[in-house]
Design a protein around this ligand. Structure first.
Ligand code: SAH
Length: 355
């Protein structure tokens, strides 16, 4: 069995994809020995493409108001216990300023789908940030919108967009979301973003309620079809005030295994070792890097609001100043032989000139 799965890993490395049943068998075969076979390969492929550089993104969680009601998410609109906040443009610029001083050259604006941050207001915000920090990349992560709106923000200077697809299986999507949301629409958004020219990130939670290997297989097949520049995956972690508050969290082992597989499928992908991974294990992010990840996204939000952006319970770094986070991360990366770099950290296809 193990031998068969090692062969599957070799094939995946060569062809970047496997037939559905083979992928599914590989996921089912996850165990310590197989991970020990996979991770050095993933690490080597990452080194071939990005060396030992770790790209950092300054995450600014600028609003936790949300019109949606996703069952897993702590900032869902029905959560009455959530303390709502929204940063002003000045506060957001302040975060960028501090981040720039600390060496960040990418700012990720993430938030709930907050109607007060309407398309025009977001557009103006993107323009302002871009004019103050022309050498920085702006990533948006503000959910599902129409293609015209995405185009507008792109024209204003946003170059990247993160929109996890959450699950590529329809029936699973239904378990995680209320009826008014659809997988079809979420996927359409991703295709629209790609067509416009964004560097796009999709992704999913590992171990979300009801998730099976068959569904994870669909996630991998969708990722291969979309060919995103970024893939965000992290363990599902329950948030006590949501319908999934008593569910069990996803595991470190499975998340790392999937990171390794994704690196083999998309050798040049920008792959974060997420905060959620750092939350379920004290060395989660380091282990994520060693399994093939090459990006970290420390928090630049003002400390006063950090605890309020509680997508899940026990999130790390909520009490730390941005500078502390940046230095702690640099030390963590150095301890395993990697270095945080001052760079926009674009996808390789966007930086190397074609021959
Ligand atoms: N409104 C934006 C940003 C959502 S928050 C959007 O729709 O894209 C960013 C990501 O956090 C989500 O895509 C989801 O995958 C993840 N997330 C939400 N709740 C979580 C939980 N309980 N555990 C782990 N990750 C969670």
């Amino acid at each position: 069995m193990i031998q068969k799965n090692k062969k599957r890993i070799n094939l995946l490395e060569q062809q970047h994809i496997l037939p559905r049943e083979e992928l599914s068998a590989l996921l089912d075969g996850q165990c310590e020995e197989l991970s020990a076979y996979l991770f050095p390969k993933a690490d080597r492929i990452r080194r071939e493409n990005y060396g030992t550089d770790i790209y950092v993104r300054g995450l600014i969680e600028f609003t936790n108001y949300c019109r949606n009601d996703c069952y897993y998410c702590g900032i869902r609109r029905s959560n009455r216990s959530a303390q709502r906040y929204r940063l002003t443009e000045e506060e957001i610029l302040g975060c960028c300023e501090e981040g720039y001083q600390l060496g960040f050259r990418t700012f990720v604006l993430q938030g709930g789908e907050d109607p007060i941050y309407a398309p025009e207001r977001m557009e103006a915000l993107v323009r302002t940030i871009k004019s103050h920090f022309p050498d920085c990349a702006i990533t948006l992560s503000v959910g599902e919108h129409g293609k015209e709106t995405y185009q507008r923000w792109f024209d204003a200077g946003a170059e990247r967009y993160l929109l996890r697809h959450e699950t590529a299986d329809d029936s699973h999507y239904r378990i995680l979301h209320p009826p008014e949301l659809s997988l079809q629409h979420r996927k359409q958004c991703l295709w629209d973003l790609k067509e416009i020219g964004y560097q796009v990130g999709c992704g999913f939670m590992v171990g979300s309620p009801g998730q099976t290997s068959a569904q994870l297989t669909e996630d991998l097949l969708f990722i291969h079809e979309l060919q995103p520049e970024m893939v965000g995956i992290g363990p599902f972690i329950p948030q006590k005030d949501t319908p999934f508050g008593k569910e069990t969290a996803g595991t470190l082992e499975k998340t790392l295994f999937l990171l390794g597989i994704i690196r083999l499928m998309l050798p040049q992908v920008l792959l974060p070792a997420t905060t959620a991974l750092g939350t379920i294990h004290p060395r989660g992010r380091e282990l994520g890097i060693q399994a093939g990840a090459n990006v970290c996204m420390p928090n630049l939000s003002p400390v006063a609001v950090r605890e309020k952006y509680a997508l899940y319970d026990n999130k790390i770094c909520t009490g730390d100043e941005a500078a502390q986070c940046r230095n702690c991360l640099a030390a963590r990366m150095q301890s395993i032989g990697y270095q945080v770099v001052v760079s926009r950290g674009d996808h390789k296809s966007r930086t190397s000139t074609p021959q």
